[in-house]
Design a binder for this molecule. Structure first.
Ligand code: DLL
Length: 427
């Protein structure tokens, strides 16, 4: 454990620490132009207890966009030492700012996360998250250094060169998106290098939704332990929550710095532990860009039961999907991760797939999925029918399946693109 004192802090002490930081958060929010206009007039924010946080308004991604780039910054411009931006679809990105203190906390959170996956000082860590405006590369880079590990800052892309680096530099850990981890294993096989024979012991995979089924495939393909890391730029980047190797059920939220709630996405009402809803996060110590009740759009449940690792911080489930990623196929809600779970239950199918919207009288969704190895032609159609039938049973709606040749779908360099729209008619 990187910081056992805080990671295992008894619950009562943790609550006290949260409350202390919560009071100081309000002083910071008052210095943010966005919150000044919003909070002081309508809410008596001073002395507002943390356990009544649900009375306070949410902050949404739109607020960050509307007040781009400086409107949520709560410190003098000279104190900002780093800017990142989140990958948005269209329009302006959302920019996030950090003070020196924010960077130090972020490095700690990423060091904790790496240690949760089994990283130790002196390890070598191959970091294939993208470096740049995206927070994955630099975030885990700082974390590895804070832990006392050596980082190979490979960044994304150039898969073959990355395989060579892994073979030559013999890292202990791998950081990248789960889809890129899978692409690395495939490339290793393609060039005749057994992916089970690398030096790697563990992987810290996140930045996109993935399933238990994909975890099993990656663990067996690379002979490593694969753990889930969660984060978002608006809050800090990777390190907001991390799965521990002892529990492997849920990701510990760094509760000394971030306060989690799960709400009903439609009504905003706070849900009890165990119920699935949208994750809402409040930063407790962020200086440059403190956020109050930020709607992440990510669907999870919160667990408050004990974890075998001894950490006291509550956990969130694996992210099921984003509220806005949900596809509605003829009235039925479909999450790409549910499709992935079904596809990977077929050993003959690979882990690379896309959901394609097509023209048709009704909404037509088709799954294109790669075979895991070249299939005899006679087997393709019956397997497609079997997959379509299983999808119908599990999702409750018909989704046609097309099996394509291994390695024929585009390989991701960063986050996987799971949904493609090929409709031509105006919508
Ligand atoms: O993806 C930060 C990150 C980098 C996390 C590296 C983990 C590892 P953004 O680009 O701002 O930041 O995207 C944040 O990605 O709201 C989720 O929808 C999704 N996401 C992140 N981690 C996971 C995960 C980074 N483990 C958005 N499982 C979030 C599922 C994830 N979705």
């Amino acid at each position: 454990m990187f910081q056992p004192d805080v990671e295992m802090l008894p619950r009562a002490d943790l609550t006290r620490l949260q409350e202390e930081r919560w009071r100081r958060l309000f002083e910071r929010l008052e210095r943010s132009p966005f919150y000044q206009g919003r909070l002081t007039l309508s809410h008596s924010i001073k002395d507002h207890p943390l356990d009544a946080v649900a009375d306070l308004p949410f902050t949404r991604k739109k607020d960050l966009r509307d007040h781009y780039p400086w409107g949520l910054v709560a410190v003098e411009r000279e104190r900002v030492v780093r800017l990142h931006a989140s990958s948005g679809t269209g329009g302006k990105p959302t920019v996030v700012a950090y003070t020196r203190g924010d960077l130090a906390v972020w490095a700690e959170l990423c060091a904790r996360a790496l240690a949760m996956a089994g990283a130790r000082p002196g390890d070598r860590i191959h970091n294939a998250y993208g470096y740049g405006l995206f927070t994955g590369g630099l975030g885990l880079h700082q974390g590895a250094e804070a832990l006392g590990a050596a980082v190979v800052p490979a960044s994304g892309g150039a898969t073959r060169r990355q395989v060579t680096l892994i073979a030559d530099l013999e890292p202990d850990g791998l950081c990248c998106t789960p889809s890129f981890a899978w692409a690395l294993a495939e490339t290793m096989r393609e060039i005749g290098y057994d992916p089970r024979e690398t030096s790697l012991r563990y992987g810290v995979f996140g930045a996109e939704p993935w399933t238990e089924a994909l975890r099993e495939r990656i663990e067996s393909a690379l002979a490593i332990e694969a753990l889930d890391i969660y984060g978002l730029s608006e809050i800090v980047g990777p390190g907001v929550a991390m799965e521990c190797r002892e529990g492997r059920r849920g990701l510990h939220v760094a509760e000394d710095h971030i306060y989690p709630e799960v709400v009903n996405p439609a009504t905003g009402e706070v849900l009890p532990p165990g119920e699935r809803g949208e994750l809402v996060l409040t930063t407790l110590s962020k200086e440059a860009m403190p956020l109050l009740r930020y709607r992440t759009g990510d669907l999870v449940s919160l667990y408050d039961d004990e974890c075998p690792c001894g950490r006291t911080h509550r956990r969130i489930s694996r992210v099921l999907g984003r509220a806005d990623d949900m596809l509605i196929v003829r009235g039925v809600n479909v999450f790409p991760s549910e499709v992935e779970r079904v596809l990977l239950s077929f050993g003959q199918l690979g882990a690379q797939y896309q959901l394609v919207w097509e023209d048709g009288r009704l909404d037509r969704l088709r799954v294109e999925v790669e075979a895991s190895a070249v299939l005899p032609t006679a087997q393709v159609a019956p397997l497609e029918r079997a997959v379509t039938e299983r999808l119908r049973q599990e999702l409750g709606v018909r989704v046609e399946t097309t099996i394509v040749a291994p390695m024929s779908l585009p390989r991701p360099e960063g986050k996987a693109v799971r949904v493609v729209d090929r409709r031509t008619r105006a919508r």
